[in-house]
Write a protein that binds this ligand. Structure first.
Ligand SMILES: [Mg+2]
Length: 192
């Protein structure tokens, strides 16, 4: 029996799930506002049987701009919003609070958080996707050996796909997940 392939969509947080605060940090649940596209996106990903895993850099904690408790409160609020709107939340959340200057292996563009998640959830890299809005997201996915979808205005040559919206990203995932399944049995033509 072939081993079951388990896939996931890794999601960046700020700019993909919620509005990002230009030049600043989301520091309280009140500052956390879902982007409208994320709800149908998660619904579609869920229907494909893929896990959803958030991977987010939050160096504001290390900089003393917010406490870990505040970050946990934001993520609890996020899950409650998903539960209310979708009936389910994301499957896991990985956070890196290390400041950029430490060049942490866990901090995107390094792949540490993704590799931890691949192991923890026994994921097949070929069945996984990284979806983000910056070069750090694309590079982290690329280095973890998974396919990457860049959403939005930035330009990153390493991205496997570059789209404008999460709707477009979902369409790519749907197409390629289906393509990885065995071909359907051709219909039998009845004798005339
Ligand atoms: Mg982002």
């Amino acid at each position: 029996m072939a081993a079951m392939k388990r896939g996931a969509v890794f999601l960046d947080r700020d700019g993909i799930i919620n509005w990002r605060i230009a030049g600043g940090y989301v520091r309280t649940p009140a500052e956390f506002h879902l982007l409208p596209d994320i709800v149908p996106f998660l619904s579609g990903v869920h229907q494909l049987g893929l896990l959803t895993i958030v991977v987010t850099n939050q160096q504001g904690v290390a900089k003393g701009l917010m406490g870990l408790e505040a970050l946990e409160a934001i993520h609890k609020h996020m899950q409650q919003e998903f539960l209310r709107l979708l009936g389910f939340g994301v499957d896991d959340i990985f956070v890196c609070i290390d400041p950029a200057e430490t060049n942490s292996w866990r901090r995107k563009p390094q792949p540490g958080m993704l590799i931890e998640a691949l192991h923890k959830w026994h994921l097949t890299p070929e069945a996984c996707w990284m979806v983000g809005d910056t070069a750090a997201d694309v590079l982290a996915g690329h280095r973890a050996g998974i396919r990457t979808i860049l959403v939005g205005a930035e330009s990153v040559p390493e991205a496997d796909f570059h789209v404008r919206t999460l709707d477009d990203a979902l369409a790519i995932i749907v197409t390629h997940q289906n393509a990885s399944l065995p071909p359907p049995t051709p219909p039998t033509i009845p004798p005339s």
